[in-house]
Design a protein around this ligand. Structure first.
Ligand SMILES: NC(=O)c1ccc[n+]([C@@H]2O[C@H](COP(=O)([O-])OP(=O)(O)OC[C@H]3O[C@@H](n4cnc5c(N)ncnc54)[C@H](OP(=O)(O)O)[C@@H]3O)[C@@H](O)[C@H]2O)c1
Length: 329
């Protein structure tokens, strides 16, 4: 196999950002889309010029037409369809949050082991040169000892029918965008926290529309995270160390808010230094990474162990917000 034949599992909005990456890769091609109805699949295939359209997700998995799927279903269905895809012998790039329980992550891991196919959580920002620069800088020691990681992801949902507001589909701000700050903290601090404290604001549909959390790591290191569906789009991230501070004005969706393309280093007692990073289409890295795994057998950049820690931490934060007490991991 020299080219990965991709299929889209659903006609979700987010697909429009991933399709250009599938098409830009010389090692990939977009060959199919599956929807819950033939009419929707056909219309989508016409609009995006996709050769094949399937009337059910399973029909595409069983067709033999694709080697890999991109799963952009509501959160509730991520693990189920990841497992079904692996069982059909396909590689999987699945949107965040990858699963809603640790049992689900473990079942995916077992299915991946049995099928021998690669699977990865689609955290596009982790593959971007900006994030690679920030993590390399933080780990190089130039910030001194890292003591605090702070980050936030907010945007406004106007439609009350949005899947993110439905408890029955795995909605909630922590599951939807809080997982970005969680994964950022884990990437900087090297694993799950020792204990967490969470607080949430529940809206009229029954999901958290705002969440804030404190995550305590070994060595007195702390991460503070927040997220919301109630304010205009705003993201930020910073890493504080004993020798300086690193600031990312647009950490998770670089370029989308028109902010400048650099990471800023504020050394202790010296002038700030702006560090540029290479341009890369935001969704390209995750596509290339899964293709590397499928075509060359390299392990996916985001391992299932790392994904498990994201889910474990989110679950602990939700438990803390529910019970009002600190939850150890
Ligand atoms: N990485 C990123 O930048 C990013 C950005 C946005 C969203 N996401 C993630 O991508 C996923 C999809 O988000 P989205 O906003 O694109 O979703 P969306 O537009 O609401 O699409 C979800 C799709 O899932 C399918 N579906 C199956 N069962 C459904 C049900 N019971 N209710 C509604 N839809 C159902 C539908 O496709 P069919 O009708 O074709 O079957 C629908 O088009 C989420 O997990 C989200 O977290 C990631």
């Amino acid at each position: 196999m020299t080219k990965t034949r991709w299929g889209l599992l659903s006609t979700a909005n987010i697909n429009r950002h991933v399709i250009p990456a599938l098409r830009a890769s010389p090692r990939g091609e977009l060959v199919a889309v599956a929807s819950r109805s033939q009419a929707t699949a056909d219309a989508y295939a016409r609009r995006w010029e996709i050769p094949q359209a399937f009337a059910s997700y399973q029909a595409m998995l069983d067709s033999g037409a694709v080697d890999a799927v991109y799963i952009s279903l509501p959160n509730l269905y991520h693990a189920e369809w990841t497992i079904r895809s692996l069982q059909a012998g396909l590689a999987v790039l699945c949107e965040k949050p990858f699963a809603l329980s640790l049992d689900e992550v473990d079942s995916v891991a077992a299915a991946a082991q049995a099928s021998g196919r690669p699977v990865a959580e689609a955290f596009m920002y982790r593959h971007h040169p900006q994030m690679k620069l920030a993590l390399e800088w933080a780990k190089s020691g130039r910030l001194g000892e890292v003591t605090l990681v702070r980050s936030t992801f907010n945007f406004k949902i106007d439609q009350r029918t949005d899947i993110r507001l439905q408890p029955s589909l795995g909605g909630g701000s922590l599951w939807d965008v809080g997982v970005y700050p969680i994964s950022f903290a884990q990437a900087v601090l090297g694993g799950p926290p020792e204990e967490v404290l969470g607080d949430q604001w529940i809206g009229d549909t029954g999901v958290d529309e705002g969440f804030s959390g404190q995550m305590c790591y070994s060595g007195n290191r702390v991460a503070q995270i927040s997220c919301s569906f109630r304010t205009p789009f705003y993201t930020s991230a910073e890493i504080l160390g004993t020798e300086g501070r690193l600031v990312l004005d647009s950490p998770f969706v670089p370029g989308r808010d028109g902010k400048p393309h650099h990471v800023t280093f504020y050394p202790a007692g010296d002038a700030p230094r702006e560090m540029p990073f290479d341009e890369l289409y935001l969704y390209q890295g995750e596509v290339e990474d899964l293709q590397d795994a499928l075509l060359h057998g390299t392990p996916p950049f985001i391992s299932l162990a790392e994904t498990r820690n994201h889910i474990r931490t989110a679950l602990a934060l939700y438990e803390s917000a529910r019970t009002g007490v600190v939850v150890p991991l």
